[in-house]
Design a protein around this ligand. Sequence first.
Ligand code: ADP
Length: 268
Amino acid sequence: NGPNDELGHLVATLNSMLDSLESSYQELSESHAAQRRFVGDVSHELRTPLTTIRGNVELLRRMGDEPSPMRGEALADIASEAERMSRLVQDMLVLARADAGFTLELQPVLVEPLLQQVGRQARMLAGALDFTVEMKEDCSQALVMADADYFKQLLLILLENAFKFTTPPGQVGLTAQCGPEYVEISVTDTGMGVETEEQRYIFDRFFRSDKARPVGGTGLGLSIAHWIAEQHHAKIILDSSPGQGSTFKILLPSYGSGEETGDEWSKD
Ligand code: ADP
């Protein structure tokens, strides 16, 4: 039973770490109310998987060395909850850095290759859904100022949601329209949509609609997406009809075209 005891000990340690994290944040002054609430929410969200892990460790401990079909289930539950905790911690770190004033460094980036790359990555996640990538007007030379890695992350957050909240034989699309002032990038799905009264909360940290809860997720994706958009001086707008689908539109200032200078990297 050695490994189970160690796991049990680890869970207890994590729990007491959360306790001290919470109590140290209680001491933050009123001006930090938002951060305090965030840490409170984070710690609440981390405790839920921790409780499941603890329960399963107890179960394994009671089972001893007896072979049992429940052993596999208990281990699978532990693995998936640990995975969830790890996703939460990763998302939380991005937001903690954002709160600490971390800013992105923007460079001229060609729109089309970036979108095609995201499209290729997303295709692997599309499963049975019909997924299309489309450049509505010629975007081949269009430039935007972006942090390519973060901008890809923003699009992947929107695409993963589109896949998650759409059931086959639904459709998901990634489209771009490149005008002289704005590049408009849309992620469209024919999924469950967002209730009108919930739309105003959609970018809030930890918000998940009641219908979305069973689907799983951290509720942090769209707040990260919102921060990345803000860093790009971009607007992100939701247009959704409940039961019919959603479109998340990103409006990004154009940085002209690579063709004008013949060299997209020579501008500043
Ligand atoms: P998560 O997807 O991890 O739950 P997000 O912050 O990415 O967290 O999204 C918050 C909530 O917004 C989701 O739980 C869901 O209720 C709603 N949502 C986001 N994208 C969509 C979409 N494409 N269709 C329907 N609902 C969505």
